[in-house]
Design a binder for this molecule. Structure first.
Ligand code: F6R
Length: 612
């Protein structure tokens, strides 16, 4: 959480940093702030609320300067307020810092510093760090790089930081541990950001700073060291990102754009990976482990939120087609248990951002216990793909709407490919069956396009549901994770309380909630549990619940018994989660819009959850 941006070069820093913060706003939007150094010295502007508030507040002020940095906050220590906004300053006001992460031992450090006369102006952990740097800077009589390096030895926790000194207007110090930090390399200029999106407009050449690295960034010089003072050779990579991927492209919201992009994103995810005629899946990222997969006893999937729902779909697919037992775990629970993990296990970590703190910690633990770790990530070069032994990127492109949509279907697509790949290695599917399934998978993007055609109908249905206070989502088999995902989408962007349940579990409790005001969304497509789901619909209707069913096109049976119906194209059971999710994403979007909610930036959320 929190986004950081920095610039040093020959251009005006303000517009670059401000635009960068807007690009990173998905990481948190509780407050924003920018500091600049110019002829008048250090200028700091900060404001609670969105980056737009900061822009309004700063209009007409002195915004010149070719060195600057900014921060968009997701509050952890201290309420969202002007005083808790970054950048924070040292006791003497000469140094400033922006920080993404958490300094875990800040309370002890704060007490010690306070006893030595430091006065704090915020409730944040970050302010403690800049005071510590200041103390070392002054006492040890070292340069700023060294002062920051020594200070970082005294802190525990996670950080991506940028530090500026009013009296050194030609340098920035940056460092990272556990939170992402990218340096864009220009000519006579450098860009710093939490991810590459603020940088792509200016340069395609980037360096991903590694954990425990610190850098001195001048206009024409970059020195990277490890925290143990060993100088590193920078590894410059070329970005594949395109600027238009970061724009709304004519849509009202990023979320809607990303929902409609799924035809393309799933196609991109499949590209070069399936050879339908041969009945063959090729996953270059995990091919080294093909033999291991033949003899594997168990797979553990770890993830959070929507990615965890994708993991549940993966469980159905891998068990069904590759016949390998799968356990799906919330990363945050898994890491604090004492799970039994052996060297024979494969752990699949799923994460859109590739930065989720709990997922990273789960990976670390499983790795220490000898498991092989595969990653399923969207953001190329993020921390998780660098922690794993192997992996498969989802290639969904940047997802900017905070609620995950196209990343989910891309994750499910990768897990479908993995299930077929494992089946291929283990020989659990015949060649003919693989040909059949892969041929159908190849055409799923067209079916997604068809499913999107229900948008206008879904908008109409949304009017009926927009004032509901609760909503139940039911599904069976792989329809259950789809129900969970539908409920999560609705609650996170519309603030309607929603729950996903296995349809058969309804009678064990949730049925008590059903009355004539309770909407129940049921995944009732034609698959192996169709008849059973029909019985569950009858149970809801008998209690006067309002039923919206997601059905297979042409279905008349369910249609005759429910209040509203949305059709999706017919498909084999393996692909139903991909198709059935689409109307639920659109339903959540339209309901949230009708309720006047900020669909792209729902309250209290951030896209990249880098705190535990
Ligand atoms: C919900 C959503 C979150 C994320 C979760 C994990 O729409 O986006 O639940 O899925 O925070 O994030 P990643 O996938 O980045 O690890």
């Amino acid at each position: 959480m929190c986004g950081i941006v920095g610039y040093i070069g020959h251009r005006e820093a303000w517009p670059i940093v401000l635009k960068g913060l807007k690009r990173l706003e998905y990481r948190g939007y509780d407050s924003a702030g920018i500091s600049l150094i110019n002829d008048h010295g250090l200028n700091i502007y900060k404001k609670v609320g969105k980056v737009q508030e900061l822009e309004n507040f700063s209009a007409g002020k002195n915004l010149s300067g070719t060195i600057g940095m900014g921060h968009t906050r997701w509050a952890t220590h201290g309420i969202p307020s002007d005083r808790n906004s970054h950048p924070h300053t040292s006791n003497d006001g000469r140094l400033t810092i922006i920080h993404n992460g958490i300094i875990e031992n800040y309370a002890v450090l704060k007490e010690e510093l306070a006893s030595r006369g430091h006065v704090f102006n915020s409730d944040t952990d970050t302010e403690v760090l800049i005071h510590l740097i200041e103390e070392i800077y002054k006492k040890e009589n070292v340069d700023l790089l060294e002062a920051v390096r020594l200070a970082l030895h005294q802190v525990s926790g996670a950080y991506a930081i940028v530090v500026m000194d009013e009296e050194q207007p030609n340098e920035l110090i940056v460092a990272r541990k556990g939170s992402p930090l990218v340096i864009g390399v220009g000519t006579g200029e450098y860009f710093i950001a939490s991810d590459a999106t603020p940088i792509i407009e200016y340069t395609k050449n980037v360096i991903y700073l590694n954990d425990n690295e610190i850098a001195l960034v001048k206009r024409d010089e970059l020195v990277i060291k490890r925290l143990d003072n060993v100088v590193q050779t920078p590894y410059i990579q070329e970005l594949e990102l395109k600027l238009e991927m970061l724009e709304k492209g004519g849509y009202e919201h990023f979320m809607l754009k990303e929902i409609f992009e799924q035809t393309r994103s799933i196609r991109d995810c499949l590209r070069g990976r399936i050879y339908a005629n041969e009945g063959r899946v090729q996953l270059g990222g995990i091919k080294e482990y093909a033999d291991k997969l033949k003899n594997i006893d168990r797979i553990i999937i770890v993830a959070c939120g929507t990615s965890w729902h994708a993991g549940l779909v993966g469980e159905y697919l891998i068990e069904e087609y590759a016949r390998i037992p799968v356990e799906v775990e919330y990363a945050s629970e898994f890491r604090y248990r004492n799970p039994i993990i052996t060297e024979k296990d494969i752990v699949i970590a799923i994460s859109q951002s590739g930065e989720t703190a709990d997922t990273m910690a789960a990976i670390q633990m499983a790795k220490e216990r000898g498991a092989t770790i595969f990653g399923v990530c969207n953001v190329v070069g993020a921390s998780i793909p660098r922690l794993t032994h192997a992996g498969v990127y989802t290639h969904a492109g940047p997802e900017i709407g905070v609620a995950s949509t196209k990343a989910f279907t891309a994750q499910v697509t990768v897990l479908t490919l993995m299930a077929f790949y494992m089946a291929q290695q283990k020989g659990t599917l015949t060649q003919a069956k693989l040909v059949e399934l892969l041929t159908e998978l190849d055409h799923i993007p067209e079916k997604i396009e068809k499913a999107l055609e229900s948008n206008a109908l879904i908008e109409k249905i949304a009017h009926k549901f927009k004032d509901s206070r609760n909503c139940l989502f039911l599904g069976r088999g792989s329809g259950f994770p789809v129900a969970l995902e539908g409920a999560l989408k609705l609650k996170e962007i519309s603030y309607i309380h929603a729950e996903g349940y296995p349809a058969a579990e309804m009678k064990h409790g949730p049925i008590a909630l059903i009355d004539e005001e309770m909407p129940v969304v049921v995944i009732a497509t034609k698959n192996s549990s169709y008849e059973k789901v029909i019985s569950n619909i009858q149970e809801v209707k008998a209690r006067k619940g309002i039923v919206l069913a997601i059905v297979t096109e042409g279905d008349t049976e369910v249609r005759s018994m429910v209040d509203y119906c949305i059709e999706i194209p017919d498909a084999s059971e393996a692909f139903l989660p991909l198709l059935a999710t689409i109307p639920l994403q659109l339903l959540a979007y339209h309901i949230a819009l009708l309720r006047g909610c900020n669909v792209d930036q729902p309250r209290n959320l951030a896209k990249s959850v880098t705190v535990e």
